[in-house]
Design a protein around this ligand. Structure first.
Ligand code: IYR
Length: 222
């Protein structure tokens, strides 16, 4: 075993407490403004914003720094159409046969159904894949650790980055999502985690009238 290499943490910025509080307040308010939308404008989005958001996601803390993720960015209209067709096929099955009654009832407030036109309208889809194991340059299998946790954290950062850049998004989970491997030619060590739809919201878009739980409901201090 080699000795681990360490270096000074010189990117850390020490802030005065007042500034820390102000920043935490601002960040909280910014995040409280985020809403999931299901109706997108076709207005183009600068690719640089998507690239920066993915770079930010790639900084996520993760198991043994294996970085077990892949972000497939789709803007080609032909590919978006193929994804829409495949997703709607699965969703048709979900809404008409697979979903149990209680699940359909829980989805009632969101007005979702098997039609997913946003998969073609929105300028960008980002298919997030989790790598159950890695493949080294010499072609050997490499173990990955805490894959779901790692990819979940990276996805949270991606969503936050897109939101703070001024975009709207939807976390879409057609189930099963195996068709994404086929369409996007991703290897079998990668599993689709989530399909993120990103763009500007459609004019006059409406969002469900729902509330987030309070601090008391989601936390306990010991
Ligand atoms: N994947 C389906 C159903 C769906 C499930 C949950 I849980 C949601 O919060 C929203 C939708 C769909 O995308 O329509």
């Amino acid at each position: 075993m080699n000795n681990p290499a360490f270096k000074p943490y010189d990117s850390y910025i020490k802030l005065p407490e007042e500034e820390m509080k102000a920043k935490s307040e601002q960040f909280k308010s910014d995040m409280q403004r985020r809403r999931t939308v299901r109706d997108f404008s076709d207005r183009p989005v600068p690719r640089e914003i998507i690239k920066n958001a993915i770079k930010a996601a790639g900084t996520a803390p993760n198991g043994a720094n294996m970085q077990p993720w892949h972000f497939a960015v789709i803007s080609d209209p032909g590919m978006k159409k193929k994804i829409r067709i495949a997703a709607e096929e699965e969703e048709q099955e979900f809404y008409n046969n697979r979903a149990p009654e209680d699940w359909l009832e829980a989805l009632q407030p969101f007005g979702t159904n098997e039609k997913k036109p946003f998969l073609e309208t929105a300028p960008y889809l980002i298919a997030i894949f989790s790598q159950s194991y890695g493949i080294t340059e010499s072609g050997e299998k490499e173990k990955h650790y805490y894959v779901k946790e790692s990819v979940g954290i990276a996805t949270g950062i991606l969503i936050t980055a897109l939101h703070l850049s001024g975009l709207a998004m939807l976390t879409h989970t057609p189930s099963p999502m195996g068709f994404l491997n086929e369409l996007l030619d991703r290897p079998k060590n990668e599993k689709p985690f989530l399909l993120l739809v990103a763009g500007y919201p459609a004019d006059d878009v409406e969002v469900p009238d729902i509330e987030k739980k309070s601090l008391d409901e989601i936390s306990s201090f010991h």
